[in-house]
Design a protein around this ligand. Sequence first.
Ligand SMILES: *Cc1c(COP(=O)(O)O)cnc(C)c1O
Length: 409
Amino acid sequence: MKTLLSSEDGAGDAGLNTVAVHAGERPDPVTKASSPNLVMSSTFLADPDASFSAEGSHGDDAYFYTRWANPTVYQLEEKLAAMERAEAAMAFASGMAAVHALFFHCLRPGDHLLLGDVVYAAVSEMANDLLSELGIEVSRVDSSEISEVRNAIRENTRLVYIETPCNPLLRLTDIAAVAEIARSAGARLAVDSTFATPVATQPLKLGADFVIHSLTKYMGGHGDAVGGALLGPEKDIAEVRRKAGIRMGGVISPFNAWLILRGMATLPLRMRAHESAAIVVGKFLEDHPAVMHVTYPGFDSHPQHDLAKRQMANFSGMLTFQAARHSELPRIFAKELQVIHYAVSLGHHRSLIFYIPTDEILETSFSLTPEQEERYRDFAGDAIFRLSVGIEDPKDLCADLERAFAKLT
Ligand SMILES: *Cc1c(COP(=O)(O)O)cnc(C)c1O
């Protein structure tokens, strides 16, 4: 039976809804099962004539050992590549494992990494500690300012790494503009697209070399599996698979791959629901007397709303808000909210809220210039609440927040 495999196989013509459901999946040739099998086997019957170090083996025919490749993980990787219109994808045990694999692939002592000034906290911390210890130069740039990106590029810049929208500020970066600067400097551009998902933005089409996803978030979408992905040119991904997968070993469990594969089939549907709920909840918050400011790329109050309209086909379900009596609210939210969970993470079907005080995150995670800190404060004030709006009925989310705010006496 013919199936929709990857962009080269015709998924390029199919719509994203169809790709999400079908890409990477095929009926089991033995049982004729219509849905993907979960193959938990760590090893596979070997060809006695093949060499022990079958490093090249990946794909349908030559499974060997699950750290090399696994049929269920392979199906997930095919779906990921088709949805991002990438040549190749590799799945990892977590988003951070994917980021680490990218850094080890692109950077050597003496090289320079140009990092967005506000990126996922653990990525920033890895750059502060580990990369510096390895003799890799790291500097940070507010990538929403294109002229600053141009000025920050150095002769030895090998990799530019950004997030858009960035976690937790929801500030955006013009991917096409940064890609052009990186390319003319001989550097590669990686975009962490966890907040956008391929439903909103496809960074490779805009000129990026690599895309990173925390599959734990929207891609899996149900809060029950940790995973990550790196997508890019076949040649790079094959090398990453050899080094970061086979040698360093941060591969994803087939069970998690199977859960995420299943979650991804409904990604386009879920993103529409997240977006429409976020608009309702965001408007409710904007009108609420306890709230000072709401940041959401889909609102024209967002300073980069024009870029959001150009670069995002869906505004996603992430919003932040500032509140006058912010320090009293975390305890109230944790105790009083009945629908929304007070917890980290995001992109789940279930709404999640978390408190991020500005002084604390600037101190523990980032290493910014005073001017960059000022710009962080422009977006976040003294503290933000990051709200990942789920796919519940928006009226129930608003009522839940209203109930909690009412306890602010
Ligand atoms: C969560 C997250 C990561 C890290 O992913 P894990 O799966 O938790 O390792 C990286 N980038 C962004 C933007 C994230 O939100």
